[in-house]
Design a protein around this ligand. Structure first.
Ligand code: NDP
Ligand code: 8X3
Length: 254
């Protein structure tokens, strides 16, 4: 039977690359995000390249009711979700704690933590009914080590780490795998979002070394789903070769 993956934040970056990777490997794909035009673009591109079905669901993961409405109204043929990738997320600003914007903090907490909780809680009954499933949460190296001006973004990713562990423990009786993937610096729309459209500031982060690409991360996420049913990668840190820790990046001279 064709497997189904639901990917949050599939309109860009890791999520979009995961849509392609899973489709290429024969999965039917549920793609979600706030941007309807991008969702349609990803659907068309994916269906024209691979013989799979793609279902776009447009919602904001911060909106609890919208999340539950979207998942609860999935047509019967889409309810057997095998893999959930909790990927939608963002950083907003890179400011010292005392100078940071409180609205940015709330958006990061509402998206990276509460959004992940809403989507997981909405999808879980479907996996429990089926008797198996795999949840993959996008954490970050920023959740394992705190860096200057990372404050609330780092905290949300530390929360993803804690919640992944908690899910893994509590879901043991249901045969649901929980994998937390923690990438280091990767060049996607992430930087542009963090620096609120300032491309120069975003590009500077990746100067002088080759960061991870969205495809690199999607390939690794997909690999986690290819292991035998009794084997689970629980926690996976991945950086580009030039990055040893969140604060140690080796850059070539300009
Ligand atoms: P991108 O900015 O390229 O993509 C983010 C995706 O999340 C978009 O599809 C966006 O869709 C979606 N999204 C953001 N907010 C919401 C929301 N409120 N509701 C629904 N969807 C939302 O970022 P990345 O692909 O780089 O990041 C993906 C995940 O990986 C994030 O959780 C990020 O924190 C994490 N990460 C990123 C790293 C990096 O260096 N790039 C490293 C480590 C972790 P739309 O705008 O259409 O809603
Ligand atoms: C994104 C990686 O180091 O920019 O989670 O915070 S970092």
């Amino acid at each position: 039977m064709t497997k189904i993956v639901l990917i949050t934040g599939a309109t860009a970056g890791f999520g979009e690359a995961c849509a392609e990777k899973f489709a290429k490997n024969g999965y039917d794909v549920i793609i979600t995000g706030r941007r309807g035009d991008k969702l349609n673009e990803v659907k068309q591109k994916t269906e024209s390249s691979y013989s799979v079905r793609v279902l776009p669901l447009q919602f904001d993961v911060q909106q609890k009711t919208a999340v539950f409405d979207a998942i609860n109204s999935l047509p019967a043929e889409w309810r057997g979700i095998d893999v959930l990738i909790n990927n939608a997320g963002l950083a907003l600003g890179r400011d010292l704690f005392d100078q940071a914007n409180m609205d940015d903090w709330e958006t990061m907490i509402d998206t990276n933590v509460k959004g992940l909780l809403y989507v997981s809680k909405a999808v879980l009954p479907l996996m429990i009914e089926k008797g198996n499933g795999h949840i993959i949460n996008l954490g970050s190296v920023a959740g394992k080590e705190i860096y200057e001006r990372g404050n609330v973004y780092c905290a949300t990713k530390a929360a993803v780490q804690a919640l992944s562990k908690s899910m893994r423990i509590d879901l043991l009786p249901h045969r649901i795998k929980v994998t937390a993937v923690h990438p280091g610096a990767a060049e996607t729309e992430f930087g542009l979002v963090r620096f609120k459209g300032n491309a120069e500031a975003a590009n500077k982060v990746y100067q002088g070394y080759q960061p991870l690409s969205a495809k690199d991360v999607a390939d690794i996420i997909f690999y986690c789903t290819t292991l035998p049913p009794h084997v689970c990668i629980n926690d996976l840190d991945v950086t580009c070769l030039a990055q040893a820790t969140v604060n140690n990046v080796y850059r070539s001279e300009p």
